[in-house]
Design a protein around this ligand. Sequence first.
Ligand code: SAH
Length: 223
Amino acid sequence: MRIDIITCLPRLLESPFGDSILKRAQEKNLVTVKVHDLREYSTNKHRTTDDYAFGGGAGMVMMIEPIDRCISALKAERNYDEIIYMSPDGELLSQSIANQLSLKQNLILLCGHYKGVDERVRQHLVTREISIGDYVLSGGELAAAVLADSVIRLLPGVLNDETSALSDSFQDGLIAPPVYTRPAEYKGWNVPEVLLSGHQAKIEEWKQEQSLKRTQERRPDLL
Ligand code: SAH
């Protein structure tokens, strides 16, 4: 899989992809993540990518031309399955959207900033719009990193234990069961006996019960 991220602030995307699971996924060539600086596609001498809003009002608007030039340059190299604009009024990101996107080959994620992008970008250049929640961020970079993380960890080989992603919350419509590690007793707080029993069938049954209980308590809407 390849993910191209378009931004006017590329530095904001350095650390999310520079560590841990997302870094190793790239080292193992399971995913290629490329960050593109919009300023390099600007045609004016100050390399600006935003301008005042027509009709007035507070806040700058990201111009269509650098975005179009950047997307066109990428599309000339390969076909993209989706060109996604990160936007608070887009479809709400869910595990099922992450699952769906993890089956794609090439994705573009476009990050807005300021008041967002010129509406014509949304009308003519992008194929999909995704929000990470009902709140407003100052830019699309963190949202793009969230989306990319949720997708990349699903790619085969990214997590050490292949089945790990399948046992996470939301994958089977349930919340994940609680997890424990050593020591088995800490300040008198004990790990549930069954987990130490070595009886795999009983352990699985316990996990299933716990998942169901948690879902009922915390997210009855999922049931
Ligand atoms: N004026 C816009 C908000 C702009 S916020 C509005 O009211 O809808 C600036 C940029 O941050 C957006 O262009 C978008 O790319 C990103 N962004 C903000 N909140 C987001 C969210 N919840 N999900 C995804 N992207 C978001």
